[in-house]
Design a protein around this ligand. Structure first.
Ligand SMILES: Cc1cc2nc3c(=O)[nH]c(=O)nc-3n(C[C@H](O)[C@H](O)[C@H](O)COP(=O)(O)O)c2cc1C
Length: 321
């Protein structure tokens, strides 16, 4: 959970509070000077000074408040859940649907406010109260869209990372994507080792010349091949291929959420046995690589230029008749 998630969670709690106090009361009966529900006297005082139309709503608009109080509350709860669990990607469809409805209601309501006979009296105060809804809408759309990059285009090998923490849930999603890779006879030949601070320190200490670069990497995943077959045999090669697919799935899942990665082998400057020892890999496992990952210092983009493929497609494609 980052600072925006926390901020958005706080805003949703505020919106839900308003649903269950002022809006629910307004749904039952217009708010008057004598209304004593929680926050109602303050609302009455504020609206008298800054937003008279709120108090003079026609009956049909008062009834629309009932919809806002009860149905929109569900939308705020969904966003709250997404912010607390980093579930933006999973909940993208209902959130976008809700934001669409909310934005429609906001635009409709604000247009009515400003074209009414009693427009808001002070813009500062008006948007001090109404602004959080607009701000939350924009932030939520940004959150949801950040998780919708085309990973095939956005994934590039990246070495410069920011210090922003990778949510555990994003790693979990990437690992779940990894094990969806094709694997012949369902051999599931891959093994993954996530690395906590102790293991990262061991890995960074494997080569003093590379320490600085290694320590700037936020997260490491060590991937190994655990095959019953030799790499010189067909089934061994197939297991190796399947594990490579798993690594690619892992990196693509991360890229779809704006998280960069790099597959490292030789440039680690450490023998594979030493890397395997750091993570306590099982006997016979072979190192597929260390996957560095984290939020990039420069945001991933679908327009990023890939290192030029020297052969290109023409050099490797044969169109068979
Ligand atoms: C099996 C494997 C091992 C790799 N090992 C290294 C490595 O040790 N050092 C490195 O700089 N890049 C390594 N890479 C990343 C490639 O250099 C990188 O994929 C290539 O430059 C193409 O760039 P792209 O990933 O942005 O398309 C490795 C890639 C693969 C598939």
């Amino acid at each position: 959970m980052d600072a925006t998630d926390l901020f958005l969670a706080g805003l949703q709690l505020y919106f839900i509070t308003m649903n269950w106090t002022v809006e629910r009361s307004y749904c039952a009966a217009p708010i008057t000077e004598g209304s004593d529900c929680f926050l109602c006297p303050e609302t009455h005082e504020f609206c008298t000074a800054h937003n008279p139309l709120f108090l003079a709503r026609p009956e049909w608009l008062r009834l629309a408040t009932c919809f806002s109080a009860y149905a929109f509350c569900v939308g705020y709860l969904v966003i709250l859940w997404a912010a607390l669990t980093d579930g933006w990607a999973k909940l993208r469809a209902p959130i976008l649907l809700f934001i669409g409805a909310k934005m429609y209601a906001l635009i409709y309501y604000h247009t009515m406010e400003f074209t009414s006979e009693t427009p808001p009296l002070g813009l500062g105060a008006y948007f001090g109260v109404e602004g959080p809804y607009l701000l939350a809408g924009v932030l939520v759309i940004r959150k949801v869209m950040a998780g919708s990059l085309n990973p095939l285009k956005a994934r590039r090998s990246v070495v410069k990372y920011s210090s922003k923490r990778v949510p555990k849930a994003a790693t979990q999603r990437a690992l779940e994507a990894a094990i969806m890779a094709p694997n012949h006879f369902l051999s599931e030949p891959w093994r993954f080792y996530t690395c906590g601070p102790e293991t990262k320190a061991k890995l960074c200490g494997l080569n003093e010349d590379k320490r600085k670069a290694a320590e700037a990497v936020p997260e490491w995943l060590i991937v190994t091949l655990a095959s019953e077959h030799k790499l010189t045999e067909k089934l061994g090669l197939e297991d190796h291929a399947a594990t490579a697919c798993a690594v690619q799935n892992f990196m693509l899942s991360l890229a779809s959420e704006g998280i960069a990665s790099k597959w490292m082998t030789g440039a680690l400057g450490a023998p594979p046995e030493a890397v395997l020892e750091c993570v306590g890999a099982g006997r016979g496992e072979k190192l597929m690589g260390a996957i560095w990952y984290g939020y990039p210092s420069k945001a991933l983009s679908e327009d990023a230029t890939a290192p030029r493929r020297k052969k290109g497609l023409e050099g490797v494609l044969t169109a068979c008749a």
